[in-house]
Structures are given as structure tokens and as C-alpha cells.
Ligand binder design. Structure first.
Ligand code: SF4
Ligand code: ZN
Length: 731
């Protein structure tokens, strides 16, 4: 490493460490050593510090130990010029110090950052909480987000910043922004150009101060910890893991001052290469990153391309022929009424969408028909009915795959910049913005999008696809009736789908990218614990790509029908978990329960005193009667291990007939957060009735308003006569 860079990094690190020492001293004086410090709603403490050292910072006094550790990482004051290992350690120290500074900021000004969504008065989001981590982290697992860029500083002007952001978005990357150059920041430059920032658009403003860069690093560390089953403090495994699997890089914008340099070198510790606009002495491949470590003098127009090369990221992008930008980063844009040129559905006009399977001769591949007036036939702010009918022919297509494909329409349509879609089936609501209209977006482009994307993603089962768009009211109404008959037939088929009625289950090993010993087995009556993979989805995915992460598991060699254990499934799981898991009982939580990666929507946790279980969903950040919050529970059950009494699940699994059947099923649920109860009420009512539970069972289940301790809820359960109290003891 060049002496110049090393010296600059050490100088910068000294500065950041000095800031942290000062912030700590004055916070102690003001708040006392007992004061609680934390980032919002997370089980990962201060994640970079926690991940790398294992130190749990929960109170101000805990920071003293971190500072001691930081000092050991800094080269002595008068040691002469620093070498590579010293600069790397100093960079790490700068990251720890930045995390301390930001934690103290949260203590002093809890409202400083506008998370989770940018507020009108602050664009900066600060630290992502665990709900965001899960929702976004899974995208790094399933490949919808190939990686992320950490942009430090600002571009020379707003136009350049917007172009850079757009290019990163079109490559599906997340963009974290922190720090300033010449008094402005990239996020502010984007605001000037009216570019929408926030998690939804993947443009994440972390903070204006350079220290906020640590939020991006903390996000990466938590992705590794939560999906990779890594032990906090195991730096030997964390670093290679981040280098191999968390595909991130740093873009250094504007001038390079010592602090910026310290953080850039800090990022090298995790294998994140740095690409800078300014000319800097290059650091080649020295075994830290995949290829080069630091490349300088890259003009803005070439930055993204160069960064992808240096990082070794190959991104495959399907691009339909449409006049607006396209990609998942545009999926989260909001499109409000005043910016809307035309809208469809949303209770105002009839609208629906349908995917049908037809015979070969009935489908003309690539044909797009617009029947009725196009959007230029209505005045600005107008409305039209809309029927979207997608016809598929494929030798390996099966009508069971129709709903799987149909659910993708929502995403594809949203990928277009300035086009917005919500709902499904006959409840859709679509808007096209004035800007998209002005750029020439017309109805046929919806067809272009759907043809291109369905072929791209489902080429394995789709040979031909045609799209028809209807906008005449009578025709839409008539076709909507036909569509409703389709939906009804599908629902009836799904209702009747039972574990016993199929001879094959499907495994999903998608999360092995992050949790190497975890294997999800998806049953007709047990959706994957992320809630996103049903048996039909997994089967379709297998048909599409037999070499992907969904593989058939024969349902044979029944060992225990009540606990749901099959010899063939055990063999499969043993192999796929590389021997880590011997056997799994799908219907039991006490005996060899299904493993959990990090993606579960909710956790089931034993409450022995109540002879039952509590269920807590990820969105609920309060305490539970187990004495642990969701975050704490999640930290102890994830990573592909079996923990009897504890299990991660998809919310909808609660209403399954097979939900912890061996232990008595739904009757064992004694507590859940109120919001979850309300959200699930219709499904739970049906499930309770099917299980012949007493009328009003749902309201016998305690929630946080009854209490968050066993002592508080037990009298309630007794008074209501909760059936769990009469079931066999769990032990
Ligand atoms: Fe991950 Fe399981 Fe969901 Fe597959 S089904 S994505 S392995 S949580
Ligand atoms: Zn997972």
C-alpha cells in the first residue's frame, strides 16, 4: 500500500478516534455511565463493533472497553510512517469510533434521523432497524439485489449525482450515502433534482456526517451475522464471508480528506474495494479484495462500470423496449395523484389481470394487442378501465403455475419508472405518471414489459407469451367475470391441496448463500418460513430450473405421521445440511423442529408456565412474556440450528392445520401481539373453527395489552379458560 494513503488513513483515524473520545467523555458527564445506548430496534447492538469483536454495547459504560480496544488498534503516535497492516487496523478503529459517535448521537438526539422513511424535514435515515434488515437483506440472498454501493461525499453537481444514482439503480444495486464534499452531500444533490430517496428506491441517505458511513458497514455486518449464522466476534470468519458474499464497494466522490481515507481503508478490511474520482496511488490485488483494492482517477461516467469490474460483479439485466428507465430499484416509487397522467382500477374503474394457459395455436408469441382507447385518448388526470390478459403456452407450463406468474406482474409493472401498480386479480390499481406519458409511455409498453420479463424469468416453462390490454368498459366487465371464474377454480384447488395429497415436497436452499446448513422444506401446508415460497412456487421454480435452489424431496418412508417425520426427507436434509441436521419433524416444535435461517416472519417460542407458546412477529418491537424481544429471540434461533421449543415461521403458517400439530396446534398459542392477531384474524377464525376450538378462541389469546410477563397473562388465560391450560404438559 502506498505510504501516502497509509499515512492519510492513520491521520484520519486519529481524528475520528479523538471525536469519539470527546463525545464519550461529555456523554458520561451528562448522562452517567448507566445510560442506555443503542441503535433503534435491533438485536445486534452496535453492529460493526459487535460483529468484529463480540462486545455488546448497551450502556455508556460499555463504550469504555471499546475505546480501550480502539487504542490497541492505533499505531503509536511517533512510530514513523505507517505500513499496510497498521493502516488497516486504524481504518477499523475509525469505523468503531464512528459507531460510538453515532450511538451517542442517538442518545442525545433520538429524533435526529428520520427513519424508517425520510421525513419532510430530514432526509437522513441513520441505522436500519431489524425489520428493514430482514426485508432488504433477503434481497441480497435471493439475488434481487446483487450488492450495494457506499457513496461517500458528493458529486461535482446535482446532474452528475442523479446520473450516478440512476446508473446504480439500473444495476439493481442499493446505494448508501454519507458525508459531504464542498459543503453538500449526494443525497441533497438528489433532492435538488427531485429524485426520491429512501429504502424503497434503494437510494439510502445514511447521514450527512462522514461518520454515518458506519451505518452502511453495520448493515453489511448484520446481513452476514443474520443470514450467515456467524458468531459475533469471530472476525476470522466474518471477514472472508463479507468479502465473498456481501457484494459491496465504495465510491469516493469529491476530494479525499484524511477521515474519508480512514473509512475507505476501513472498508478494505471487509473486502470492499474503493473506486475514487480523484487521482490516488493505486492499491492493486494484495489479497484483501477480490481484485484491486483501490482505483483512483475514474471519471464519473465510468465509475459504476469500473466498480463492478473491480468488485467482480456481473449483473444480468433484462431490459424491455420501453421509453422509461426500468429495474427493481424503481419498484418502490410512489406516484401521487397530482403527478399522475392516467389511472386504471382502484375502485374507480373496473380493472383486473389474469394469466391463462392456452394451447400452442392460441398464442402468437410476442403479440401485444391494445383493444380500446389508449392513454393518449383521455385528458390529463383521466381514468380508463383495464383488463390485462396474459396468455401463456409452454410445453412444461402447468395451470398451477399461473398464480406464480400472475403475482410477478405486480413487480414487473412497477419496475418501470413512472408506472405504479398495486393489488392483484380484480383489485388492481395502476397509474402512469405525466413524466412517463411525456416520454412516450403507452399501453402497449405494459405488454412489452410483461412479454420480456416473463420470458426472461420463466424461459424454462414459457415457450410463447402474448398480452392483450382491454380498455372498453363492457369488454372489461365481461372479461372480468371470466377472470373471476378462473380465480375461483384456482382457490378451490389450493384449498384442497394437502400434504397427504402430494407425493413430493420441495426444498429451498436459497438461504444457504447466507446460512450454509439451513434447508427449508416447503409442504403444501407449510409455506417457507420467509412467507415468500409456497409449495406451488417451489414446484414451479423447480420446473423452470431443475438446477436451482428448489429441489424435490420425496414424501416417503413415513416414520411418524403425527410429528410429520419421513425417512426420505431426513436423508435429504442430512445431505443438504452437510451433516449438520440429522432429522426433522415437520409438525413438531419440541422434537427435531425445522431449522431457521434468518428470514422468518415470526417466531414461536415456548412459555412453559402457560403450557403453551407465544408467537411474535418481526414488526413488533416490544417485550414478550418470554422476557425477550423479537430481536433477542431471533439472535438465538437463526443460522440453521435446531432449537426445540423455538422456531421461525411464516405468519400464514399459524393458520395451517399442520402448525405444531404434534403439540396440539393452534390451541397452544397463548400470546401474540395485537396487530398480528388483527391482521391474521380471518384466517385464524377459520383455523380455530376447523380445529373445533371453543368459540371466541382468538380472544382468549393474550396480547401486549393484557401483559408482557407470564405473571400478567396467566390469570387472564385462566379466567378465559384458554384450552392450552388443559392440554398435556409440554415436558
Ligand atoms: Fe430462505 Fe426458506 Fe424462504 Fe427459501 S423458503 S428463501 S430457504 S427462508
Ligand atoms: Zn432465509
Amino acid at each position: 500500500m502506498s505510504q501516502e494513503i497509509a499515512a492519510l488513513a492513520v491521520t484520519g483515524a486519529r481524528q475520528v478516534v479523538a471525536w469519539a473520545e470527546r463525545a464519550f467523555a461529555s456523554a458520561i458527564a451528562e448522562y452517567g455511565s448507566e445510560a442506555k445506548v443503542s441503535f433503534p430496534n435491533t438485536g445486534y447492538f452496535l453492529p460493526v463493533i459487535y460483529g468484529v469483536t463480540g462486545l455488546k454495547v448497551a450502556r455508556l459504560e460499555d463504550i469504555a472497553e471499546v475505546l480501550t480496544h480502539i487504542r490497541t488498534l492505533m499505531p503509536p503516535e511517533n512510530a514513523g510512517s505507517a505500513d499496510l497492516p497498521q493502516a488497516l487496523d486504524a481504518g477499523m478503529a475509525a469505523l468503531f469510533a464512528a459507531e460510538v459517535i453515532e450511538a451517542i448521537r442517538y442518545l442525545r438526539q433520538p429524533q435526529f434521523y428520520g427513519a424508517p422513511a425520510p421525513r419532510a424535514d430530514v432526509v437522513w435515515l441513520g441505522a436500519a432497524d431489524d425489520t428493514i434488515l430482514r426485508k432488504r437483506g433477503i434481497q441480497f440472498v435471493d439475488g434481487t439485489a446483487p450488492g450495494f454501493a457506499v457513496c461517500v461525499g458528493a458529486a461535482p453537481d446535482a446532474t452528475t449525482a442523479a446520473a450516478l444514482a440512476r446508473e446504480l439503480q439500473e444495476n439493481h444495486l442499493y446505494v448508501f450515502m454519507a458525508g459531504t464534499s464542498r459543503g453538500t452531500s449526494m443525497a441533497e444533490q438528489l433532492a435538488v433534482r427531485g429524485v426520491e430517496t429512501g429504502w424503497e428506491t434503494r437510494l439510502v441517505p445514511c447521514g450527512r456526517d462522514i461518520t454515518a458511513v458506519v451505518f452502511a458497514m453495520g448493515f453489511a455486518v448484520r446481513v452476514a451475522l443474520s443470514f450467515g449464522a456467524l458468531v459475533p466476534g469471530d472476525r476470522e470468519r466474518l471477514v472472508p464471508y463479507m468479502r465473498e458474499r456481501v457484494q459491496a464497494f465504495v465510491l469516493a466522490l469529491g476530494e479525499i480528506n484524511p477521515e474519508k481515507c480512514a473509512f475507505a481503508v476501513g472498508a478494505l478490511n471487509f473486502g470492499f474495494p474503493v473506486v475514487a474520482e480523484k487521482h490516488l496511488p493505486e492499491i492493486g490485488d494484495i489479497g484483501l479484495c477480490k481484485y484491486e483494492c483501490l482505483v483512483g482517477g475514474v471519471p464519473y461516467e465510468q465509475m459504476v462500470k469500473r466498480a463492478l469490474e473491480v468488485r467482480g460483479l456481473k449483473i444480468k439485466i433484462a431490459r424491455p423496449p420501453i421509453p422509461v428507465a426500468f429495474g427493481p430499484a424503481f419498484e418502490g416509487e410512489t406516484l401521487r395523484k397530482p403527478a399522475t397522467f392516467v389511472e386504471f382500477g382502484g375502485q374507480h374503474t373496473p380493472a383486473f389481470e389474469l394469466v391463462r394457459t392456452l394451447t400452442r395455436d392460441e398464442v402468437a408469441d410476442g403479440r401485444i394487442t391494445v383493444a380500446g382507447p389508449d392513454v393518449d385518448a383521455v385528458p390529463e388526470g383521466g381514468r380508463l378501465p383495464l383488463g390485462i390478459v396474459v396468455d401463456i403456452y409452454g410445453r412444461r407450463m402447468h395451470p398451477d403455475f399461473e398464480p406464480v406468474l400472475e403475482r410477478r406482474l405486480h413487480h414487473y409493472i412497477n419496475y418501470a419508472e413512472g408506472v405504479w401498480h398495486i393489488g392483484q386479480r380484480d383489485l388492481i390499481w395502476v397509474r402512469i405518471s405525466k413524466e412517463a406519458f411525456a416520454k412516450g409511455f403507452r399501453l402497449r409498453h405494459l405488454g412489452d414489459i410483461l412479454c420480456a420479463m416473463l420470458k426472461d424469468e420463466f424461459g424454462g416453462i414459457i415457450d410463447r407469451v402474448q398480452v392483450a390490454l382491454y380498455t372498453r368498459k363492457e369488454e372489461v366487465l365481461k372479461l372480468r367475470e371470466e377472470a373471476r371464474a378462473y380465480y375461483a377454480r384456482r382457490d378451490a384447488r389450493l384449498e384442497n391441496l394437502r400434504d397427504e395429497s402430494v407425493d413430493t415436497f420441495y426444498a429451498c436452499t436459497l438461504c444457504q448463500t447466507f446460512a450454509p446448513s439451513h434447508v427449508c422444506v416447503v409442504l403444501p401446508e407449510r409455506v417457507g418460513l420467509c412467507g415468500a415460497v409456497s409449495w406451488l412456487d417451489a414446484r414451479a421454480a423447480y420446473e423452470i430450473n431443475p438446477h436451482g435452489c428448489n429441489r424435490p424431496v420425496p414424501r416417503s418412508g413415513l416414520i411418524d405421521p403425527v410429528k410429520g417425520e419421513w425417512a426420505a426427507c431426513n436423508t435429504f436434509i442430512r445431505e443438504q445440511s452437510h451433516g449438520a441436521v440429522e432429522r426433522v419433524c415437520f409438525y413438531s416444535i419440541m422434537d427435531a423442529p425445522h431449522t431457521s435461517c434468518g428470514c422468518f416472519e415470526a417466531i414461536v417460542s415456548i412459555l412453559p408456565e402457560c403450557n403453551g407458546f407465544l408467537v411474535v412477529n418481526r414488526e413488533y418491537s416490544g417485550m414478550t412474556p418470554s422476557g425477550m424481544t423479537f430481536s433477542t429471540l431471533a439472535g438465538s434461533i437463526g443460522g440453521g440450528v435446531q432449537t426445540p421449543g423455538f422456531m421461525g415461521i411464516a405468519r400464514s403458517y399459524l393458520a395451517s392445520r399442520k402448525f405444531i400439530r404434534a403439540e396440539g396446534g393452534l390451541a397452544r398459542v397463548v400470546w401474540m401481539p395485537r396487530s398480528l392477531k388483527e391482521q391474521m384474524r380471518p384466517a385464524l377464525l377459520r383455523a380455530a373453527a376447523a380445529a373445533a376450538l371453543p368459540e371466541g378462541f382468538i380472544d382468549m389469546v393474550a396480547d401486549e395489552e393484557v401483559g408482557v410477563t407470564v405473571d400478567a397473562i396467566l390469570p387472564f388465560l385462566e379466567e378465559k379458560g384458554h384450552p392450552a391450560l388443559r392440554l398435556d404438559p409440554l415436558f
